[in-house]
Design a protein around this ligand. Sequence first.
Ligand code: AMP
Length: 387
Amino acid sequence: MVLNSGSSSVKYQLLEMTDHSRLASGLVERIGEEGGVADHAAALRQVSAELRGQGLGLDSPELAAVGHRVVHGGTRFTAPTLITDDVLAGIEQLVPLAPLHNPANITGIKVARELRPDLPQVAVFDTAFHATIPESAHRYAIDTAIADRFAVRRYGFHGTSHAYVSRAAAKLLGKEPAEVNQIVLHLGNGASAAAVRGGVCVDTSMGLTPLEGLVMGTRSGDLDPAVVFHLQRVGGMSTDEIDTLLNKKSGLLGLAGANDMREIGRRMADGDERAQLAFDVYVHRLRRYIGAFTAVLGRVDAIVFTAGVGENSAAVRAAALAGLEGFGVVLDPVRNAVRASAGRLISAENSRVAVAVVPTDEELEIARDTYALAQGRADARGPGAAG
Ligand code: AMP
């Protein structure tokens, strides 16, 4: 079972690991809000009750392990980790780095462990895939002592997606991940780019938090940090107000009043200039990162689009890659326009760089990581061993 516990929601999927089929999936929303369940414990009990009808509750003897998505692993957790009291304490120590996300993840872990103390439970970190980024790319150019004291550096996020998609893209090309240099563009409501050299992440657009980088549904992405001082000194805004502005009211929403790219597209078709500007700003930022990561990698074999916008918006893909023939990138407009749910190539035959659309599947990646660790634990115990 894969659990993704947010501050007011729990998403779950139950996967059969022999063939990776989905047995069940769902979402409990409005936790702790009016009309919703009281807390995460009640939410997980509700999930369990929903599944019990199919003989699949959290109390099912067939359940092998529980995998938890955890947003921030800091520098300590650079791989999926079997959860112990010590690991949980370690995740708690990282709350200052992810004050909105880690507490909800921790609550989900605690409740699931209380319900099934006998099961292996695994934390899969959104930051882990980026642990290989070299210091020249993850260190910000500020006073080193201050940066180190407050753990300020680039961590990167969406790592589970970048890991899954970069491996799937290599497979689509008929190559081993080690043979392929790629730029992965995870364009969902949150958005990030990753430069992946031979299967190893060497740079990413998100930073200390998920705010840096690309223009997103409601996040600004990159801006001059002095904008924050300016809004404080001249605008009289508080730190919390600016935090909310940049994380929740910016990006496509701030530019055009809608955070959904489908809505932006509809309004553009109606001649809405704000929607057009939002699209143009979004695409310009994307092109900047494609250029930057091309230089970081030196040789690019593939550019890969994933997540809600990346998988579905032919218009964004076309605009992001227009005029890049000099970089060896030629999109096939017909292939790009095809709507399909499977991974596919959308570059022209004469494109030196392959362009691909690869659906992400973070739940499957978490389930695989979790199952591998859980099995490892079972193997380590050996046949007949106790505990
Ligand atoms: P995700 O976070 O990966 O679930 O992506 C969610 C976002 O994908 C939505 O907010 C939309 O902006 C975008 N999206 C989903 N479907 C489409 C579509 N058909 N065309 C353009 N954007 C889409």
